[in-house]
Design a protein around this ligand. Sequence first.
Ligand SMILES: [Zn+2]
Length: 365
Amino acid sequence: MKLSQLTTYLEILAPLAYQEDYDNAGLIVGNPDQEIHQVLISLDCTEAVVDEAIHTNCQVIISHHPIVFKGLKKFNSKTYVERVIEKAIRNNIAIYAIHTNLDNVLNGVNAKICETLGLDNCRILSPKQGLLKKLVTYAPTSHTDQVRNALFHAGAGNIGNYSECSFIAEGTGTFKGNEDSDPYVGEPGKRHTEEETRIETIYPANLESKILMALILAHPYEEVAYDLYTLTNQHQQVGSGMIGELDIAMDAEIFLYQLKEKMQAQVIRHTAFTGKQIKRVAVCGGSGSFLLKHAIAGGADVFITADFKYHDFFNAEGKIMIADIGHFESEQFTQQLLHEMIQKKFTDLPLRLTSVNTNPVRYFI
Ligand SMILES: [Zn+2]
């Protein structure tokens, strides 16, 4: 199959528009039209991982972390980043990164952590603003369903577990075409009055051009009247971190024992026990210290993440226990998540999880 078939599917599950500003998710090396027969999945794309792809006959590496974050100006094998890119290009190996866009979706990195920890009632810890917009358009009543169906088909009208969400109101529209017009109803040069339906619906901003194209194709008028509204609503299915609950509250020490085992952490750096039992749990794979205030506001008893700095530990203020399990450890099951996601759609495509331990951190215990 073509590489683009795989990347298009991944970008439906984790749209590139959902990545953070600093990120570089997407196809980093490769031609979308190139043929792929086997995929290598990894958390990081190191030289050893590219070697593995070469030796195991994989044509594409799907990696969580992008190998390239900043612009590269030279390719002279000086840094590991340059060497990875050079080797991948020389060997016709594509590199695709699915990073903060996979962190920020409902069934992404953090959902996998919640699943591993057995949490229920999980929701996004810090939902994102600015991703939703509203469309209002006016169609002749005879075409209400045709227009509405086209908008739904293009991705409008989804709110949580509900699809096909819209509101309609009947009214009267007027228009007068000039001599160059060719109106669907009425005559050029004469004001026409038409019974119309006002259709309102919501849509993800990243689908705007697709939705407008669907509107224009489904609408019978030569000039389609529509309004686009920017919303300040949060998108409840997109954002950072996740919060959920354990079945039964447990002592902090027992919780940490289980956390260490389930997340295969060699060591957990944590703040003092708060004296409360652990019931509500906030998580963020990777560097999540920016979410501490959201975890506290969400009433979490513990916040599991990585890369906490010394001074940031003080901000727990006895309200919550911070548990830093290590960056690699917090995200390692993302590889299984990617495997499950891809296998579900492309059942015949051979997938390999890397056998390279890409964690650059070692623990001397
Ligand atoms: Zn990470």
